[in-house]
Ligand binder design. Structure first.
Ligand SMILES: Nc1ncnc2c1ncn2[C@@H]1O[C@H](COP(=O)(O)OP(=O)(O)OP(=O)(O)O)[C@@H](O)[C@H]1O
Ligand SMILES: [Mg+2]
Length: 374
């Protein structure tokens, strides 16, 4: 019985009504025991002096009258208590239906979500706290649904990316064992290059998960944009020289300091400039320019390279997205994570990143902004 009360909101509601009714009736009853006799006497005394004079002279008939009166009073009290209990029963039933039913629905939906059915939603009727709860519940379910499909997509993408170098390594090994491939330097280098690719991919994935989960600290400082760009240009100079690409800087004088994490800002610039050098044929040109636009400093990395066809522009920052998968693989290219990391880092700085390209072989320009230090 006690267990039933503990488990059911409706029963608890009824029980609390019952306690109030019992309390009320008890107080009324006790009060009547103490106050009623003297109040009755006083009123009767007043009547005695008035028009009732002579009608009830004896104290005997007075006390009989009092006994009758109290009996009828108690009877009325009993009926009132019974009616109140019935009303409490009906009210708690109605209330529990309107309160408990939505809670039960949500509880069942939660169970189904816990079982992995993320498309579960509940109906939000009205505007009270319960319907707000239902709306929030649906928002949470939606978010879980998104996360779950992202997770599935990620696992699919990652296994696909891992499979390519693994298949290549396995194929070469089998060729070696069967004697189809010669056991020479070239074969070993090929296998080594694939293993290297695998290694880089795993490193990139680790970095991406760290960046996307914001599992790193940003050390915001006031930085000089020009010296950042110069550092990156110096680091990438050998790569530019080896492809005979001229790497130029176009820095507006009197640039304000930016508010950024130095290592991360260098990482963004290196990713974008590295791409520009990678996707620009020999003899091309890469220019990094920096200007102030309102409260932001805008970095633009322009190249005269292979360009990006318009239909790819909106996907270019997506995870694992490459315009030409086979080409980027042949050219020792990456896995399509670099721009995703760059975007996450720019956004962590409250900046924006976007790309422009007139199309294939017409070069590309990547822009990003970082806030001016106040
Ligand atoms: N400057 C550029 N010119 C032309 N295409 C570009 C340029 N930068 C990026 N791309 C295209 O965008 C794709 C994604 O770039 P991203 O840097 O994310 O990956 P990636 O360079 O292929 O590999 P990694 O993860 O090693 O950087 C590239 O594969 C390429 O197709
Ligand atoms: Mg890249």
């Amino acid at each position: 019985m006690l267990d039933y009360f503990r488990r059911h909101l409706g029963a608890k509601l009824f029980f609390s009504y019952l306690v109030i009714i019992v309390l009320g009736v008890t107080v009324l009853f006790i009060a009547s025991q103490f106050i009623l006799p003297s109040a009755f006497n006083r009123h009767m005394g007043m009547m005695d002096g008035g028009m009732m004079n002579g009608m009830m002279g004896s104290s005997d008939s007075m006390s009989q009258l009092y006994v009758d009166f109290r009996a009828s009073f108690n009877e009325a009290l009993l009926y009132a208590a019974l009616t109140a209990i019935l009303a409490a029963l009906a009210l708690s039933f109605l209330f529990s239906r309107s309160v408990v039913a939505p809670v039960l629905t949500m509880s069942r939906a939660t169970q189904r979500i816990a079982d992995g059915r993320y498309d579960e939603r509940v109906q939000a009727i009205g505007e009270d706290e319960l319907s707000q709860l239902a709306t929030r519940f649906n928002q949470m379910a939606e978010k879980l649904d998104q996360i779950e499909s992202m997770r599935r997509q990620l696992i699919g993408d990652v296994s696909h990316e891992l499979r390519t170098p693994l298949t290549a390594i396995k194929g070469s090994m089998e060729g070696l064992m069967d004697g189809v491939l010669p056991a020479n330097d070239e074969t070993f280098q090929q296998i080594h290059a694939e293993a290297d690719r695998l290694n880089r991919l795993v490193d990139d994935l680790q970095e991406l998960s760290r960046v996307e989960a914001h599992a790193y600290d940003l050390d915001f400082r006031s930085l000089d944009a020009s010296s950042l760009v110069q550092t990156v240009a110096k680091r990438l100079a050998p790569q530019a020289q080896s492809k005979r690409i001229s790497l130029d800087l176009d820095l507006t004088p009197d640039l304000p300091p930016i508010l950024a994490d130095e290592d991360r800002a260098i990482q963004i610039l290196t990713n974008l400039t590295g791409n520009a050098l990678q996707y620009t044929p020999e003899g091309g040109q890469v220019t990094i320019s920096v200007t102030r636009i309102n409260d932001e400093v805008q970095f633009s990395i322009h190249d005269t390279g292979i360009g990006i066809p318009p239909e790819h522009l909106s996907h270019i920052f997506d995870r694992f997205y490459r315009v030409d998968k086979s080409r980027s693989r042949q050219s020792g290219g990456g896995s399509g994570i670099g721009l995703t990391i760059a975007r996450a880092l720019v956004e962590a700085h409250d900046g924006r990143i976007w790309v422009e390209s007139q199309g294939e072989r017409k070069g590309s320009t990547f822009h990003f902004t970082l806030p001016v230090a106040k």
